[in-house]
Every structure is written in structure tokens, then in C-alpha cells.
Ligand binder design. Structure first.
Ligand code: 5AD
Ligand code: SF4
Length: 340
């Protein structure tokens, strides 16, 4: 873990670390970059996280909801382009109208793509029953960031009625339900230190997660957290985020690790740098342009799409499932067999 705390200007050391991570990635999960088409369904959210641009307390943001037709058109684009899977992301809602709508959309996407398109959900904290309903309807992966694995830091990033314990429970529920589970953290938060980041990596390992998405924290003007300084400049956060990706690749070689859009917000080639540091998943944004500007979690969210030239991109509609998940499943069923 020494590398994480190495002087932030030490580029030669970083290069050696990133090259090593890429080697390990290529040997373990291959050199293909998997794409997930990102569909930002709605920016309505019942939560009020202190760092987020679409927190319910932000009255300045125009709220939107994609129509079913828009969602299906985006999913169809992903399918026809050979992406293999989509991620449906939205602010958190737990009302029956929302839960039922997600079910209907899952049905419709499965039907439209003849069952071919994989579907990942990123819809926040839900009950075990809701997670079950969506899983039964065809979602097979779920992303829920822990934001920080340090309960004390988590409490400083959220209002008093948001619970670290509940978030942690949700990750357990997702695992129990049968999803491939992804989590992640923000990097360069106020009050965050190199030690808490190192602990985040150990937390991922302890939870035995299948997927990870981490990105630099970027102040959103007007949010409560934007008043507090980070210990790291923006270039340092970018560098730390790349180190976190590389170190996680070395720690958990068969994980699916995303190169996130927040990297791109800090550097025009941010996502490409993420792949070159050991990530193997990218999430091109398929949200229609008309509403995309309203889905701003942080300032400076990139609106343009990425340059995929130079990568071995999977465009054959494979799901690109987490190898880590497959390995865990195989280990579980062989120990079941030997129990008998
Ligand atoms: N900077 C970086 N990432 C952010 N997110 C929310 N607000 C910010 C911000 N200001 C991330 C959180 C959340 C994900 C959907 O977006 O990690 O889980
Ligand atoms: Fe809502 Fe997620 Fe933003 Fe929190 S981080 S306010 S849960 S969209």
C-alpha cells in the first residue's frame, strides 16, 4: 500500500505501478474493454447527500424523468451497437410507482433485445423485497457505492438521517439476492486521508465485491460540502484515483473495474488514463442530450462522449460479467457438492 502515499509528483513510480496493473489485468481478465451504456433515468432523489448536485435540497436544478420510449431507444442503441449491457441509474426513490416502473422497463428491455442485453441497476438503497423483484425481472448486476468505508467520514458527508449501517446492509442484501455487486468510493473528499483510502481498498477486499467504480470527488458549487477544503488539489485527486484503480487491480485481479466519468471531468483523457491504469469497463453516456445537463452530480460533468480508438473494445454483445463473480460461484457450488 506504500504506493498510495508516495509523493504525488513521482510519475516514474506511477508509470511502473500502472504498467504492472495492466499486465495483471491482461493476464487475468484479458485486455478487452467492456462497455455499459449509461441511462440516467431521472434526477429526482429523496436523499440529500452533502456533496451531490441533485440532492433533494437543491432547488435550483430542474427535475426530469425520461419517458419509457427514451429509455428503450437508448437500450436499443446499446444493443445494436454491440455494447452487451446497459446501466440504469437514477436518484433514489422507494415508492411503489417507481419500483413498478423499473420492473416494467426491465421487462421491456429484455423483450426488445430478445434477452441479450444485460442490465445493471444503480438505484440506491432498497428493501430486500425490492432487490428481489428487480433481480427476478432480469437485472443481474447492481452498483451501490459505499462512498467512504469509514463510518465517521461517511457521517460527515451525509445528513444525520442517512445511515452508514443501512448502506452496508444493502450491500449484504444485494449479495444475498444473487446480484453481481459493485461498490466504490469518492477520492479526495474533505476530511479524507491516504489512510482512509487505503482502508477503502481493504474494505472492498473484505466484502469480496465483484465490481468497482471509483472516481475523484469534484466540488459542486452551492452544496454544503463545497465549503470544506479537500486535502488534495484536483490534479492530485486524479492521480490518487488512478493509483486506487491500479492498486485494486493488484489486490483483486479478476474484478471488473470501471474507468468513471468523474476522471474525465478532471482530464480530457481521464477515462483512457483509467484503462491504462488497470480498469476494464467504460460507461458511455446514452442519456438523451435534451436532459443530460440536468444530471449533474458534480460540477463539470462531461457532456461529450469518449474516444475509444486505440482500445480493444468488446462490441459483440457479450455481457462482460465479472470473472470474480464467476469464480466465487464456482467455488460455492463445488463446496456444496463436497458437503453432500
Ligand atoms: N463528486 C464526485 N462524485 C460524486 N457523486 C455524487 N456527487 C459527487 C461529487 N460531487 C458520485 C457518488 C454517487 C455517484 C452516483 O456519483 O459516488 O454514488
Ligand atoms: Fe441522491 Fe445519490 Fe446524489 Fe445522494 S449521491 S443525493 S443518493 S443521487
Amino acid at each position: 500500500m506504500e504506493q498510495l502515499g508516495a509523493p504525488l509528483g513521482d510519475l516514474a513510480l506511477d508509470r511502473a505501478l500502472f504498467d504492472r496493473a495492466v499486465q495483471v489485468r491482461n493476464r487475468t481478465v484479458g485486455d478487452r474493454v467492456h462497455l455499459r451504456g449509461l441511462i440516467e433515468l431521472s434526477n429526482r432523489c429523496r436523499k440529500n447527500c452533502l456533496y451531490c448536485g441533485i440532492r433533494c435540497g437543491n432547488g435550483a436544478v430542474e427535475r426530469y424523468e425520461l419517458t419509457d420510449r427514451q429509455v428503450l431507444a437508448a437500450a436499443q442503441y446499446a444493443w445494436q451497437a454491440g455494447y452487451g449491457s446497459v446501466v440504469i441509474q437514477a436518484g433514489e426513490r422507494t415508492d411503489e410507482a417507481f419500483i413498478g416502473r423499473i420492473e416494467r422497463l426491465l421487462h421491456a428491455i429484455k423483450e426488445m433485445s430478445q434477452g441479450e442485453l444485460g442490465i445493471t441497476l444503480s438505484l440506491g438503497e432498497q428493501t430486500l423485497e425490492t432487490y428481489h423483484r428487480w433481480f427476478e425481472t432480469g437485472a443481474h448486476r447492481y452498483l451501490l457505492r459505499i462512498e467512504s468505508s469509514d463510518p465517521t467520514l461517511y457521517a460527515r458527508l451525509h445528513p444525520a438521517d442517512h445511515s452508514y449501517h443501512e448502506r452496508r446492509e444493502c450491500l449484504t442484501r444485494l449479495r444475498e439476492t444473487g446480484y453481481q455487486v459493485g461498490t466504490g468510493v469518492m477520492i479526495g473528499l474533505p476530511f479524507q486521508t491516504i489512510e482512509t483510502l487505503a482502508d477503502d481498498l481493504l474494505f472492498f477486499q473484505q466484502l469480496d465485491i465483484d465490481m468497482c467504480g471509483m472516481g475523484p470527488y469534484i466540488e459542486f458549487p452551492g452544496t454544503p460540502l463545497a465549503d470544506f477544503p479537500s486535502a488534495f488539489t484536483r490534479p492530485e485527486r486524479l492521480q490518487l484515483a488512478l493509483r486506487m484503480i491500479a492498486l485494486l487491480r493488484l489486490l483483486m485481479p479478476d474484478l471488473n473495474i470501471a474507468s468513471t466519468t468523474a476522471l474525465h471531468a478532471l482530464h480530457p483523457k481521464g477515462r483512457e488514463l483509467g484503462i491504462a491504469a488497470g480498469a476494464n469497463v467504460m460507461m458511455p453516456n446514452l442519456t438523451p442530450d435534451t436532459v443530460r445537463g440536468n444530471y449533474r452530480l458534480y460540477d463539470n460533468k462531461p457532456l461529450q462522449d469518449m474516444d475509444l480508438s486505440g482500445f480493444n473494445v468488446a462490441l459483440d454483445n457479450t455481457w462482460g460479467d465479472s470473472r470474480h463473480f464467476a469464480a466465487r460461484k464456482a467455488a460455492a457450488s463445488s463446496s456444496d457438492a463436497s458437503d453432500k
